[in-house]
Design a binder for this molecule. Structure first.
Ligand SMILES: Nc1nc2c(ncn2[C@@H]2O[C@H](COP(=O)(O)OP(=O)(O)OP(=O)(O)O)[C@@H](O)[C@H]2O)c(=O)[nH]1
Length: 193
């Protein structure tokens, strides 16, 4: 996920995507299976526009995709709880991100497809452990049922908004605490986040 600096200044098309982004992406996005969408999230009555780039996790294109997340302000790393290889790839992505992404990039680890509990091969605890190791927030999600999807985007948007508007003496927004308290409210899914 990223909000490209240049795109914000650029003239926007009808669906809110800037011409700059469309032109930049058109030539290669289709070939490398990179999709992007805009999502508006309201944080404390302020609308935050997230431009979400989906790099499709194609390992063979890593050298190309890093050019797309280099400017990203936040990265959501998804693995599939029914796929060991997708989980194993996360370490490689984290190493890659360390090298190429912005130093203060917001990272979140998501274990997706919780609706497929019967086919689960990665325990929640394994996701939690990995997230803890890298100091990133963790949640299990389902893009199919929507479980925790809004919360993931909202947490990222809150973090970015707070960073942008933070006053020198104001306490830092704590994304881990925010996710933990939201989950407690909904009675969902304990553990490290
Ligand atoms: N049951 C279930 N299926 C899902 C979920 N999320 C995605 N899928 C399905 O999983 C398949 C792959 O989804 P994608 O969004 O293409 O995942 P991806 O990681 O971008 O996949 P690649 O493009 O192959 O790297 C599709 O058939 C989706 O419909 C989910 O939460 N639950």
């Amino acid at each position: 996920m990223s909000t490209k600096k240049a795109s914000l200044k650029d003239k926007e098309t009808k669906n809110g995507t800037s011409k700059y982004v469309l032109e930049r992406c058109a030539s290669v996005c289709e070939y490398f299976d990179i999709a992007f969408k805009n999502k508006v999230v309201t944080v404390d009555n302020v609308k935050v526009k997230l431009q979400i780039w989906d790099t499709a996790g194609q390992e063979r294109f890593r050298s190309v995709t890093h050019a797309y997340y280099r400017d990203a302000q936040a990265l959501l790393l998804l693995y599939d709880i029914t796929s060991k290889s997708s989980f194993d790839n996360i370490r490689a992505w984290l190493t890659e991100i360390h090298e190429y992404a912005q130093k203060d990039v917001v990272i979140m680890l998501l274990g997706n497809k919780t609706d497929m509990a019967g086919e689960r091969v990665i325990k929640r605890e394994e996701g939690e452990k990995l997230a803890k190791e890298y100091g990133v927030p963790f949640m299990e999600t389902s893009a199919k049922t929507g479980v925790n999807v809004e919360l993931a985007f909202l947490a990222v948007a809150k973090e970015l908004k707070h960073r942008a508007a933070q006053q020198p003496n104001e306490p830092k927004f704590q994304i881990h605490d925010y996710i933990a308290s939201e989950k407690q409210k909904s009675g969902c899914c304990g553990g490290y986040m």
